[in-house]
Design a protein around this ligand. Structure first.
Ligand SMILES: Cc1cc2nc3c(=O)[nH]c(=O)nc-3n(C[C@H](O)[C@H](O)[C@H](O)COP(=O)(O)OP(=O)(O)OC[C@H]3O[C@@H](n4cnc5c(N)ncnc54)[C@H](O)[C@@H]3O)c2cc1C
Length: 478
């Protein structure tokens, strides 16, 4: 290749695109190389089941996209993205017929717990975090750093002390099952055991985001998010090279900085010979989290949830009580596929008519399984949905399933089906394979890691890409 660029980016997921946009905005030339025929990574949409049904291949619901300080600086609406916010962000039904519902308002949410004490405890827990959210979000969605203004320090410290706790401890503030199950389901997004430190952070961030910005979906599918990013990159003069799987850094055109939207194991594969042995060993030791098993379904009607209020909820958590969810996640960490898995369900077509033909609907669902497990979870997931939506099975027109192997074949970053680009436990935070001072820089002054393996971690929000590009601009592109 005879071209020269200031920067090249390997991988066109949300973070590769965010990195490329940040470089291009700084007036530097950039080319992005993507293995698939289109960019998108974990934010793509496709007709996976039947003609006329549009499914989110990976990400579906975007509280962190709506909260992203980086996305807020981009003209994404002009580039074709429209967020749709379901009236209720999340519902969590229980077998006794009761349901916890997350509304935008804290009070309306607390009122669904069926306990005055729990309602007050929820207001005490979430109230200050939601009040401080505008100041907190830029620090929460960033590498660990000192707050910019001393006034922010108190709110951040208060949040940090709660977030560091295991979800199992946070739930002791509640007496009733509804609030406890709600917290547990949100914490389980972190793919950790619910008695592990930091699982509180997943619950608090997701619930605070629900109250502050909502849990929106993208009209026309999640692919619209990365399509809008790609249009913005092109408008800034960035080049996208699809259908190019980079197997070694030497095949890239001349550049001053390479930003790699891959996980550590893949960085090792394409550039290990350029990195010192100690760093290469740290990359080799990098730990991946559990895998996921995902279903997309075409339905001949809406999901017949027993609780009619759930027809207003974009996302539904199916797994019963806190204890049941905790035991499902613990089984995964012991290497077993749970018989009654915790299921994350989204019903986008109720709020977005572009997803299915009139009168028909889609369902998006996944559960955790051991990393790399070759197990078919179709029936356990359908059984869990049927448990809270009797008659669901009869509405299924077609099913598309992806286990860990299929997920990794779709996007090589999903190592063993790990959708989080690594195990984001306390060990990851305290001793990252990546250096504390600059988690994006590597010992090679021209190579930067910009994927969801770097802070602030997974989700479609572009913050790792943005911070990695800032690091590259500072260190290699001055
Ligand atoms: C099933 C599932 C459900 C999810 N649900 C949600 C959700 O609801 N909300 C949310 O916010 N997040 C969700 N996520 C997580 C989110 O998708 C990821 O955190 C996010 O996409 C990470 O972005 P990234 O740019 O770091 O990596 P990715 O999005 O994985 O992008 C990496 C890109 O690099 C490309 N690539 C890989 N190897 C090479 C190579 N050698 N050469 C060139 N290109 C290469 C890949 O094809 C891919 O396009 C989900 C993920 C999955 C899989």
């Amino acid at each position: 290749m005879s071209e020269r660029y200031d920067a090249v980016v390997v991988g066109g997921g949300p973070n590769g695109l965010a990195a490329a946009i940040t470089i291009a905005r700084a007036g530097r030339s950039v080319a992005l190389f993507e293995a698939a025929s289109t960019v998108g990574g974990g934010a793509r949409s496709a007709a996976l089941t039947l003609p006329g049904f549009l499914h989110d291949v990976c990400s579906a619901v975007h509280p962190l996209g709506a909260a992203s300080p980086f996305f807020a600086t981009l003209p994404l609406e002009r580039r074709g993205l429209r967020w749709i916010e379901p009236p209720i962000a999340l519902g969590h039904p229980l077998d006794d017929g009761s349901v916890a519902l997350v509304h935008r308002e804290i009070d309306a949410t607390a009122a669904t717990f069926g306990s005055r004490a729990d309602a007050a405890a929820y207001r005490r827990l979430l109230g200050p975090i939601v009040r401080d959210w505008p100041a907190l979000a830029p620090d929460v969605l960033a590498p660990i750093r000192l707050p910019h203004r001393p006034a922010e320090a108190l709110g951040l410290a208060r949040f940090g002390l709660l977030a560091a706790q295991p979800a199992s401890r946070l739930t002791r503030r509640f007496e009733g099952q509804r609030a406890r199950a709600l917290l547990g389901g949100c914490a389980a997004h972190g793919s950790l055991q619910l008695d592990a430190a930091l699982t509180g952070a997943f619950a608090l961030v997701l619930l605070a985001a629900a109250h502050a910005v909502g849990w929106p979906i993208a009209e026309g599918g999640s692919g619209r998010i990365t399509e809008a990013l790609a249009v913005e990159l092109a408008a800034l003069g960035g080049k996208i090279v699809p259908d190019h799987r980079v197997t070694h850094a030497s095949e890239l055109p001349a550049h001053r900085a390479a930003l790699v939207d891959l996980t550590p194991r893949q960085l090792l594969a394409i550039a290990g010979d350029r990195l010192p042995g100690s760093y290469a060993s740290a990359l080799r030791r990098y730990r991946y989290g559990p895998g996921s098993f995902k279903l997309d379904l075409a339905l001949d009607g809406p999901i017949p949830c027993r609780n009619p209020e759930l027809a207003e909820a974009g996302t539904v958590h199916l797994g019963g009580t806190f204890e049941e969810i905790a035991s499902s996640e613990a089984a995964v960490h012991r290497g077993r596929a749970p018989e009654r898995p915790f299921v994350l369900l989204a019903q986008q077509s109720l709020f977005d008519a572009t997803r299915a033909p009139t009168g028909r609907h889609t369902a998006w669902a996944y559960c955790h399984v051991p990393n790399g497990a070759a197990v078919d979870m179709t029936e356990p997931i359908v059984r869990q949905i049927e448990r809270f939506a009797p008659g669901f099975r009869d509405r299924i027109l077609a099913v598309h399933a992806m286990g860990p192997a299929e997920l990794e074949a779709h996007d090589a970053n999903l190592v063993g089906g790990d959708i989080g680009a690594g195990l984001h436990d306390l060990g990851h935070v305290l001793a990252p394979a990546l250096s504390w001072r600059d988690p994006y820089a590597t010992p090679d002054p021209r190579i930067f890691l910009c994927s969801a393996s770097t802070p602030p971690g997974p989700g479609v929000h572009g913050m790792p890409g943005y911070f990695a590009a800032r690091s590259a601009l500072r260190r290699a592109l001055r």
